[in-house]
Design a binder for this molecule. Structure first.
Ligand SMILES: [Zn+2]
Length: 494
């Protein structure tokens, strides 16, 4: 007897999804996308229609036969004229045919731009709550505006403006940022914005990280990022003036080469932390009392062997529960594919001696914060989030892509993308500065893998195949191994 294998369950699950996602015999033709009554666009806009039919059906769109994929999905494109655009879809099987007719009306859009209302708050000071973060601007997209970084709680800043769900706050003279209104509280009238002299520093080694402590009179806003040439972590403390006349640095440091600072303007104090190693394993800044504590992780031991064995790797299957993610034309849900692929990835990584921490191990719905908390609590060395993409032209392959936010994790995302492209799928690209919540952490290298497009009929056919899913996940592991080899060759013998 074969012993019980949890992965087998997921293969079975996926096969079941595939078997049930295709329309049943009664349902001869289902339009999935493009049956829209009115569309606001300029004349000549391309309109896509996709649908699903039982296997063995021939489909005609406005009299022209179109390809039906193994999943039963089909699609067509048309250029819309102003006014009525009639569509006729005919599905023929076993001598009988089903016809569906509808029209898409194209209406030219009216300009609708309205200037945002802006108001002033003279002398009002707000302070940060837990999980507060700064945005560069008031821009918004699907994933929220572009984040600068998270901030500790209890940091006071002057309120300048209000824009929808955001406050504009002052970091220092002439420097502003935006912060969600829900993540700050108003301080009593008469509260002054934070300002402080810097006091003594210490630079010490702890268990698996080096730690820089900068003592301040009160909690000030900060911006933290890594630069590549030279390799250093930069922490800009706003509202601070230098009065540090004592910087204790121990000589047993592992990650930090040395520290330095620059008073770049009268109220911006910049801390430079120069790094020994080429590849970053994580850093963060947070307050303990009124001291800003900047932690720089050591390169983990397995990196010196250039292998994944001994690393603790976080794996995140996107979406889950009520959040299906993208749904393909034939009805496959992204959340199910993501979970099945994460289990494949887990098995391959464990074979290589890595330990794996999953954000979700079943069909549950977790928030982004819950996912990050799981990886933080586990102290992962690295994190991979697995999703499937959607959008664009359903009649063309969408392709594979990997994503990072912070420049120091670009090489990791690049290594995995290069490995995935060995499968000869379309290259959708290496995407940087990506504003995805699981790319935001700086405390461990991380990347997002968008395997292929659920919305592309060709990609869907590949994604629906468990063999192909498995091949993709093996390529992800090879990409991680390639990265570890690069890390090893960059390390100086110690
Ligand atoms: Zn997704």
């Amino acid at each position: 007897m074969k012993k019980y294998n949890p992965n087998f369950l997921f293969f079975t699950l996926i096969c079941f999804i595939l078997a049930t996602s295709v329309v049943d015999a009664q349902d001869n033709l289902r339009i999935v996308r493009g049956k829209i009554d009115t569309l606001k666009a300029m004349p000549g806009a391309i309109h896509y229609i996709t649908g699903v039919v039982p296997i063995g059906t021939t489909v005609y769109v406005n009299g022209t036969p179109v390809k039906v994929f193994k999943t039963g999905s089909f699609g067509a494109e048309m250029r819309l004229n102003e006014g009525e655009n009639p569509v006729e879809i005919k599905a023929e099987r076993d001598g009988s045919s089903t016809i569906e007719k509808f029209s898409v009306y194209l209406v030219k859009p009216m300009p609708t731009d309205v200037l945002p209302t802006v108001s002033d708050y003279p002398g009002v000071v707000v302070s940060t709550k837990e999980r507060a973060y700064l945005n560069y601007g008031a821009g918004e997209d699907r994933l929220g505006g572009a984040k600068i970084n998270f901030l500790s709680s209890g940091i006071k800043m002057e309120l300048i403006d209000s824009l929808r769900a955001l406050y504009k706050v002052r970091l220092s003279d002439g420097r502003y940022a935006f912060i969600p209104k829900s993540l700050v509280q108003r301080e009593p009238a008469g509260t002054r914005p934070a300002y402080s002299l810097t006091s003594s520093w210490s630079v010490t080694k702890s268990n698996n990280m080096d730690v820089v402590r900068v003592a301040l009179g009160e909690r000030l806003p900060y911006i933290i990022y890594q630069e590549m040439e030279p390799r250093r972590v930069v922490v800009e403390i706003h509202g601070a003036a230098n009065n540090s006349n004592w910087i204790t640095q121990y000589l047993d440091l592992e990650a930090i080469d040395y520290v330095d600072f620059n008073q770049v303007s009268h109220d911006i104090f910049r801390v430079y932390i120069y790094l020994k190693d080429k590849y970053s394993w994580g850093y963060k800044a947070e307050y303990a009392g009124n001291s800003l504590v900047i932690s720089i992780k050591h390169t983990p031991q397995p990196a010196y062997k250039g292998s994944l064995a001994g690393l603790k790797i976080g794996l995140d299957a996107g979406h889950g529960g009520r959040a299906s993610g993208a749904v393909s034309t034939s009805g496959i849900k992204e959340k199910d594919l993501n979970l099945a692929m994460v289990y494949m990835l887990k098995r391959e990584l464990e074979k290589r001696g890595a330990s794996v921490v999953l954000s979700r191990s079943d069909d549950s719905d977790l928030t982004m914060y819950e996912r990050v908390d799981i990886f933080d609590a586990a102290g992962v060395d690295m994190m991979v989030s697995v999703h499937c993409n959607a959008g664009g032209n359903p009649l063309r392959p969408g392709g594979t892509s990997t994503y990072y936010k912070h420049i120091e994790y670009r090489e990791l995302a690049k290594s995995v993308l290069e490995s995935l492209l060995e499968l000869e799928v379309k290259n959708f690209g290496l995407v940087g500065n990506f504003n995805f919540s699981l790319n935001a952490p700086t405390f461990y290298p991380n990347l997002l893998v968008e395997t292929l497009f659920m919305s592309s009929l060709e990609d869907e056919e590949l994604l629906a195949d468990p063999m192909f899913q498995s091949m993709m996940m093996k390529r992800v592991v090879t990409g991680l191994e390639d990265y570890m080899k690069k890390v090893k060759s960059s390390l100086k013998k110690r």
